[in-house]
Design a protein around this ligand. Structure first.
Ligand SMILES: Nc1ncnc2c1ncn2[C@@H]1O[C@H](COP(=O)(O)OP(=O)(O)OP(=O)(O)O)[C@@H](O)[C@H]1O
Length: 617
């Protein structure tokens, strides 16, 4: 075993800096703190390879990685799948915090006392729904006169999660929980993720056997983007793994803490170091951004923390690499034309792929991007609000259905075929790679099913016909088997919701192109420029980033939450590898824009001495 450990080298030909390598090989609890692009996520992928390949995570133990966003969880899983053999990769589970907690309550709801057991068909609600207001109104709590609705909703949500379970001495809280858990004649049961985490905590605190089995299953746990962990999520981590044999690796960056508004625990690093006696590792490389762009990151860092930050760029860059500009416009029409022309140049002259260019906004994607989308159409370039697709594209069910369609339409697509064949074998309970009396008939029947699907797709004209084809595909795999194989679909109508979204989107793309393979490509966003909020861009990276509408309106919270908005600014600008453009327009949407409140952010760009300022009349 020692020999395996000593001889282990990072996969994919990557070289890790000394501290990264030490963190990978450390088998106790650890915390890796590093700036954007330092390779924190990659370090977790490498650590998974190390643990599995050296048997430090010995069969049948597993590694559990917990991230915040579905795409982050999926990306981490993809990186591990790419680097280790399928037999090892199967022991790496990557989930979001939300799905981790939800799986606990869906798998063990019978361990809850009846009064806290949610109805089987519960669905989810978030802040944007009216459900929490309705629930309180049921017990005569109405919005106070003159009170802003958002303030009222926040107050209700705070009250809803003001106590761990079981609820003590609060009749209103007890009633609202009961109503949300059980629903009534008109409304089904509805839960939000903080409630789900409370229920998961209750199960784990009152059922030592469930807790033990969780600890026995996972010998190693990874926590990505740890800076954004909320109090209740941290409580869950502690309840699950404190004083257990499971070893934890957390990675994060204080300067990228952008979820304080959603309850991120500001002192989570200190608490974790103290509670888990973690070894801390700091990294100094930046593998993402060109050297000149790192100059901006240094200035913003100095504003955010006392510790200086001198990231070392990856050796693929030359010292002069990196372009950053601020563009000033009189109106948003001219802004849109200039951005479209630049994007056209990046794609057609510099040959940068669509998927390597990103348009970022602070918020309200549609407001800031309408005109740009229209101007890009003049160049035959598609741009779209990626928020609608980001999570959907990483859904296991979507990946399964899309790969099935691809395999039916294009028998040469070996990648898609391998993925669905592996899953088909798993779902059919068949193991092995050599054709035999079990595998051969399954293979023939699967191929013949795909040929039938192709025939139906060749005659596709109606939306309902397409829905039926996808229903048939799911039936063929077995809906119950899918629900079991992917625990996130085990409960309620979520699986149907996801399927219907796919049907609607794909069919609308199909109507435009008349070609289903092209429609799938469009749906996957291979030929479109993603537009998203900075929050949605967390963890992602692009060759070129356009940070549009850099004004007081977009950063309207700056005066009340300067630190968090500066962190958001830092996250946004650190997504760029080589090109970084900021735009400001005096007029937008019939109104005037200013940049006086956020002048400290503008000054940081100027202080870097690398950002050029251009005026467009
Ligand atoms: N050791 C390495 N050598 C070369 N490239 C690397 C190395 N580690 C990471 N990378 C690459 O650098 C980029 C950034 O890595 P990664 O996404 O892991 O950074 P991060 O620290 O998680 O960033 P962020 O906090 O901004 O999300 C990725 O393209 C990754 O493939």
């Amino acid at each position: 075993m020692n020999e395996l450990v000593n001889n282990w080298i990072p996969s994919g030909g990557l070289r890790l800096e000394q501290n990264a390598l030490s963190a990978v090989k450390n088998l106790d609890n650890s915390l890796v703190v590093a700036g954007p692009g330092a390779g924190k996520t990659e370090l977790l992928a490498q650590k998974a390879c190390f643990l599995l390949e050296t048997n430090s995570c010995s069969n049948p133990k597993r590694i559990l990685a917990i991230s915040f966003k579905k795409d982050a969880a999926a990306n981490l899983k993809d990186r591990v799948d790419l680097r280790v053999s399928p037999e090892l990769a199967i022991r790496f589970t990557s989930k979001t915090f939300d799905s981790f907690a939800k799986n606990i309550i869906d798998s063990f709801s019978s361990a809850l006392p009846l009064k806290y057991r949610p109805n089987f068909d519960y669905s989810l609600f978030d802040k944007s729904n009216n459900d929490v207001v309705k629930a309180y109104a049921k017990f005569d709590i109405y919005q106070g006169k003159g009170m802003k609705r958002s303030v009222f909703v926040n107050a209700l949500l705070k009250h809803l999660n003001s106590q761990p379970l079981p609820i003590q001495n609060d009749e209103l809280l007890e009633n609202v929980w009961n109503y949300l858990l059980k629903g009534d004649e008109e409304n089904s049961a509805k839960l939000n993720f903080p409630m789900i985490s409370q229920l998961a905590l209750y199960i784990l605190n009152t059922n030592p056997l469930i807790l033990k089995s969780l600890q026995k299953t996972y010998s190693h746990v990874f926590l990505d983007e740890f800076q954004d962990t909320t109090t209740i999520q941290y409580e869950l981590v502690k309840t699950c793994f404190l004083n257990s044999a499971t070893s934890l690796t957390a990675v994060g960056d204080n300067r990228q803490r952008i979820m304080v508004w959603a309850g991120a625990k500001k002192d989570v690093f200190d608490c974790y170091n103290r509670d888990f006696f973690a070894n801390q590792y700091n990294l100094i490389m930046n593998h993402r951004s060109a050297p000149r762009l790192l100059e901006i990151q240094k200035v913003v860092n100095d504003y955010l923390q006392n510790q200086t930050f001198t990231p070392i760029p990856n050796s693929r860059w030359s010292i002069k690499d990196g372009i950053s500009e601020i563009w000033y416009f009189k109106n948003s029409q001219k802004e849109a034309q200039t951005i479209a022309s630049k994007i056209n140049e990046l794609i057609n002259i510099l040959e940068i792929p669509h998927s390597e260019i990103c348009i970022l906004v602070k918020q309200t994607v549609d407001k800031y991007s309408k005109e740009i989308i229209n101007e890009l159409e003049n160049y035959n370039i598609v741009a779209r609000n990626e928020t609608l697709f980001q999570d959907l594209l990483k859904e296991d069910l979507i990946i399964l259905l899309i790969n099935t369609l691809k395999s039916a339409l294009d028998v040469q697509n070996s990648d898609a075929w391998m993925k669905i064949w592996d899953i088909k074998m798993e779902l059919a309970g068949v193991k092995g790679s050599i054709l035999n009396e079990t595998i051969t008939p399954l293979l023939y029947s699967f191929k013949s099913f795909l040929a039938d699907v192709k025939l139906e797709l060749d005659n596709l004209t109606e939306l309902e016909q397409f829905r039926k084809i996808l229903l048939d595909i799911m039936e063929y795999y077995g809906v119950d088997k899918i629900r079991k194989y992917y625990p996130q679909y085990s409960q309620g109508g979520y699986i149907n919701q996801i399927r219907d979204s796919l049907v609607d989107y794909l069919f609308s793309f199909y109507q435009k192109t008349g070609n289903l393979l092209e429609a799938i490509e469009s749906f996957e966003g291979r030929l479109s420029i993603p537009i998203m909020t900075i929050h949605k861009s967390k963890g992602l990276e692009y060759e070129a980033v356009f940070f549009i509408g850099f004004d007081d309106n977009a950063f309207w919270t700056y005066s009340t939450q300067e630190e968090e908005d500066t962190c958001t600014f830092f996250v946004g600008l650190s997504r760029a590898k080589k090109y970084l453009y900021f735009t400001f327009s005096e007029r937008r949407d019939g109104g005037f824009c200013q940049k006086t409140n956020i002048s400290p952010l503008y000054n940081m760009l100027r202080d870097s001495n690398i950002v050029e300022e251009l005026n467009f009349e």
